[in-house]
Design a protein around this ligand. Structure first.
Ligand SMILES: [Zn+2]
Length: 91
């Protein structure tokens, strides 16, 4: 149950969920930005789930689930057990 895979961005170890094979590590997850490099923060809207995102600088809502980490396109979704999951999009 303690499987890991390499973070697709920085290669550090990430707890592996079969459902989320391209999940990035927590450190990369904290570096999400939009296509123009503006930092974003994704979180659950309440403890039971729901996904919301805001711009760190203005607090303005960000309404897409696509984000970028170090120029890599990623998709953010709600983890089925709570929290959020950021996965690299493989073209
Ligand atoms: Zn990483």
């Amino acid at each position: 149950m303690n499987e890991t895979h390499d973070c697709p961005i920085c290669s550090s170890e990430v707890a592996h969920w079969e459902r989320y094979p391209n999940q990035v590590c927590r450190r990369c997850q904290s570096k999400t930005s939009d296509a123009y490099g503006r930092r974003l923060r994704f979180s659950n809207t309440d403890p039971s789930g729901g996904l919301c995102a805001v711009y760190l600088d203005s607090g303005e809502a960000y309404l897409r689930q696509i984000c970028y980490i170090d120029g890599r396109k990623c998709f953010v979704s709600e983890h089925r057990f709570g929290g959020i999951v950021v996965e690299v999009v493989r073209d």
